[in-house]
Design a protein around this ligand. Structure first.
Ligand SMILES: *Cc1c(COP(=O)(O)O)cnc(C)c1O
Length: 383
């Protein structure tokens, strides 16, 4: 049973994010035949608009599935059994790439960095120099599990000089932070709909460079459904029935995005991220990433103060204030909390979340001056 309260839930998590009622209404339109000109053209138009957000002239395909479908397609179409993939791992989602590589029989060469710490690009360079048989490098742009943004542009400069492909997960940053697929030399860029794009989960997107096509052409892909050669061959870039209602929703979400302007949207995310960080520090909490320069612009992770139970804090946030924030994943469970500020989140939402977090912290016995975090956030937002 749906309660009225749940319909007013403020999602301050790193996906799924709040979907605008206009998008939801578009998705309730009658379903139309997907092979008719009107839908096909509209579908291709959305792929073209996505290219503008990816900042790419490469091919781009919309896939039915969550973001992981695009990660899966990037690996299954390029890696043969036994081939080596350098996986840069510093969180839960970068770990996923190692699992996908192994799933398709590839050899995942893991380059691990402590979660929450900066990636050392020189180490990436060194591994590539020592192993000229590495076929691809995987990296997560915005590691949602730790709230760290990774230096994809720097990694791109290194990978470009090799025969390896650069595969990047931008699932929790595309549409909320700057991504430049062509300038950063990203060969396969994967994203999903339910994070910064603010569409329900169900559409993924992937861009494919010429360098990647050369490999794909020579690889017998392991996936029937996500065979990119079939997507390219099909006139409408969709060999199977598209998630029609989702595409209606995506169209309206992109209308809204271009109305706001991509650069304005990114600036909004940056400002909200800064306000959240200042707010969190203002109430006496510590950010989880080792330095502020590597902090994500779409999700803020903070350390749970010693002796406090994050489940209790998040419980109060949800039950009393109708606000959902996330906990930590894997070994960070109980150690960090994560506040998502992506998609349609506005200043009011951040202020409200910080104010309620102060009350929740006070309730569990944390010592703070009420308003100390909110005040810091206001100082950022008043500018
Ligand atoms: C959410 C997320 C994923 C997983 O996406 P799904 O849509 O759940 O498949 C992968 N990578 C990152 C960085 C994410 O934030």
């Amino acid at each position: 049973m749906e309660s009225k309260e749940n319909e007013r839930l403020l999602l301050m998590i790193p996906g799924p994010t709040i979907v605008d009622p206009k998008v939801l209404r578009a998705m309730s339109k009658p379903v139309t035949p997907h092979r008719e000109k009107e839908f096909s053209e509209m579908f291709l138009e959305q792929a073209e608009r996505m290219k503008q957000i990816f900042k790419t002239k490469n091919d781009l395909f919309l896939l039915a599935g969550s973001g992981t479908a695009a990660m899966d397609a990037a690996i299954s179409n390029t890696i043969k059994p036994g081939e080596k993939v350098l996986c840069i791992v510093s969180g839960k989602f970068s770990e996923r790439f190692t699992e996908i590589v192994k799933c398709y029989g590839g050899e995942a060469v893991e380059l691990n960095f402590e979660w929450g710490k900066e990636i050392d690009v020189n180490k990436v360079k060194k591994v590539l120099e020592e192993n000229d048989d590495i076929k691809a490098v995987t990296v997560v742009h915005n590691e949602t599990s730790t709230g760290v943004k990774n230096p994809v542009q720097e990694i791109g400069k290194i990978v470009k000089e090799t025969n390896a492909l650069l595969i990047v997960d931008t699932i929790s940053s595309l549409g909320g932070d700057d991504i430049n697929v062509d300038e950063w030399n990203i060969d396969l860029c994967a994203t999903g709909s339910q994070k910064c794009l603010a569409v329900p989960p169900g559409i993924a997107a992937i861009s494919v460079s010429e360098k990647a096509w050369n490999v794909i052409e020579k690889t017998n892909g392991h996936s029937y459904y996500l065979n990119l050669k079939k997507y390219r061959k099909h006139k409408h870039h969709a060999p199977y029935t598209q998630p029609i209602s989702m595409v209606y929703g995506l169209k309206v979400a992109l209308d809204m995005m271009f109305e706001e302007g991509l650069e304005n949207r990114i600036a909004r995310h940056r400002k909200l991220a800064k306000a959240t960080r200042e707010g969190v520090k203002g109430m006496g909490l510590k950010l989880f990433p080792e330095k502020e320069e590597i902090c994500s612009n779409t999700v803020t992770s903070l350390c749970v103060p010693e002796g406090l139970d994050d489940k209790e804090i998040r419980g109060i946030m949800k039950d009393k204030y109708n606000i959902v924030i996330a906990g930590g994943q894997a070994h960070l469970k109980g150690k960090i909390m994560r506040i998502g500020h992506m998609g349609n989140v506005i200043e009011r939402d951040v202020l409200c979340t910080l104010a309620c977090l102060e009350l929740a912290l006070k309730k569990v016995g944390f010592t703070l001056d009420l308003g100390s975090g909110v005040k810091k956030a206001q100082e950022i937002l008043k500018k």
